[in-house]
Design a protein around this ligand. Structure first.
Ligand SMILES: [Zn+2]
Length: 352
C-alpha cells in the first residue's frame, strides 16, 4: 500500500530493450512519462528496476512521490492525519472547505470575454480514460517561494488523492497523465483589502489574478481564461487524453484556500486549518467538482435534486435531505465514496 490508499500499487516495468513502450500488465493509474507509470496490482513488488539517470524531470517527480508514499514516515503521518473524518463544512475546528455555496463551482473568474467563459469544464467531461493533469507550482519571491520539499510534497499529495479517485473507478480505466510546471515569478502578494463594493465572485479574481497571470506568462501562456484554456488543451493533446484540467499551487494570499473554477483548481499549500497533510483529500474533493460532482455536506447548501455530472444524477447523498447519508469524499475528510458520486464523476459504469 502506498500512502493510506487501500490499493496495491506498483511501478510498472515499461521500456523494452528496443525502447518501445510495453503494454502494461494491469490498469495504469499514473503516468509521468513512458518510463514511470504506476499501476494497480503487483502483489507486493512495488518498485521495478529503472535506469533513473535517463528519466525526465516529471518522471523523477512521479517516482520520488511514489517512494515518498511508500515510506514509513509518510504512511505514519497519513495514519494520524489531522481532522480525519471531519465534515468539510465543520465550522468548529477547521475552516470550511468552501466559504459559501457559490464557491462550490463558481463561475468563470475571467468572463468579461463571453467567448472565453469556460462554462463548466469543457475539457473535463468525465473521469474515464486518460486524464491529463497539469500541476502549476507557483514559486514567488521570499516567503512565497515553493521549496523543493514542498514541491515534492505537492506531487505526492496529488498522487495519493488521485490514487484514491482512480482506484474507485469500477472499470479501472482511469489513467492520470501528468504535466508538472514550476512557475518562477516575482510579483508581490496582494494583501490589501479589495475595493469597497467588489462583488463576492470577483474577490477570488482580485487575489488570484496578479500571481496567476504571472505564472501563466512563466509557462508561456496568455493571461486569464484564454491562457488557462490554452494550457489545458495543450496538455490534453500532448498526452492523448480524453479529459484535462489543471491546478495552481501557491503560497500567495487567496480569497479562499481551495476552490474550483470551471476547468481549474486553485490550492493554497498551507491548506488553511486542514494543513498540508490533507492536500490529498482536498485535491480529490476539488477534482470531484472539476468533473461535476456536487458537495454533500449540509453547510454547502446542497439538496437532493439536480442532474449532476456526466450521468446527470441527483445528489441523493446530500446530508441535508438523505435519510441514510453515508460517508463520502464529497462530504467529509475521508477515503470513502457514496453510491452516487461514481455517477457524478462520470466513471465508466456497467449497465449504464
Ligand atoms: Zn466542495
Amino acid at each position: 500500500m502506498a500512502g493510506d490508499v487501500a490499493l496495491d500499487e506498483t511501478l510498472l516495468p515499461l521500456v523494452s530493450a528496443h525502447g518501445s513502450l510495453l503494454a502494461a500488465s494491469g490498469p495504469v493509474l499514473h503516468e509521468y512519462g513512458s518510463s514511470v507509470r504506476i499501476g494497480i496490482g503487483g502483489g507486493g513488488r512495488p518498485l521495478a528496476a529503472l535506469n533513473e539517470e535517463s528519466l525526465s524531470d516529471a518522471e523523477k517527480s512521479g517516482l520520488q512521490a511514489f517512494r515518498l508514499r511508500l515510506s514509513e514516515p509518510y504512511r505514519a503521518r497519513k495514519a494520524s492525519r489531522p481532522y480525519a473524518d471531519v465534515p468539510w463544512g465543520s465550522s468548529t475546528a477547521v475552516p470550511q472547505l468552501h466559504r459559501d455555496r457559490q464557491a462550490v463551482i463558481r463561475g468563470a473568474p475571467v468572463a468579461q470575454d463571453p467567448s472565453a467563459a469556460p462554462a463548466g469544464a469543457p475539457e473535463a467531461k468525465r473521469l474515464a480514460g486518460r486524464v491529463a493533469v497539469g500541476l502549476v507550482i507557483v514559486s514567488g519571491p521570499g516567503s512565497l517561494a515553493m521549496t523543493d520539499a514542498q514541491t515534492r510534497k505537492i506531487v505526492a499529495e496529488v498522487q495519493n488523492g488521485l490514487s484514491y479517485l482512480g482506484g474507485q473507478a469500477p472499470a479501472r480505466d482511469v489513467t492520470f497523465v501528468y504535466d508538472i510546471q514550476v512557475a518562477q515569478i516575482d510579483v508581490p502578494d496582494t494583501q490589501s483589502a479589495p475595493p469597497a463594493g467588489t462583488k463576492p465572485d470577483d474577490l477570488y479574481e482580485y487575489y488570484e489574478r496578479p500571481w496567476r497571470d504571472a505564472a501563466l506568462a512563466a509557462i508561456g501562456q496568455a493571461p486569464g481564461g484564454s491562457g488557462i484554456r490554452s494550457y489545458i488543451r495543450s496538455i490534453k493533446a500532448q498526452k492523448s487524453a480524453q479529459a484535462a484540467y489543471c491546478a495552481f499551487f501557491t503560497h500567495y494570499t487567496l480569497h479562499h484556500f481551495a476552490y474550483c473554477s470551471g476547468s481549474y483548481l486553485t490550492m493554497q499549500y498551507s491548506n488553511d486549518g486542514w494543513g498540508p497533510e490533507n492536500l490529498d483529500r482536498i485535491f480529490a474533493h476539488e477534482t470531484g467538482h472539476i468533473f461535476g460532482a456536487p458537495d454533500e455536506y449540509a453547510e454547502s447548501g446542497c439538496d437532493c435534486g439536480g442532474a449532476w455530472g456526466f450521468h446527470r444524477r441527483p445528489n441523493l447523498n446530500c446530508e441535508s435531505c438523505a435519510d441514510n447519508s453515508v460517508d463520502c469524499i464529497m462530504k467529509r475528510n475521508t477515503w470513502a465514496m457514496c453510491d452516487e458520486t461514481p455517477y457524478h464523476l462520470g466513471y465508466t459504469m456497467t449497465g449504464v
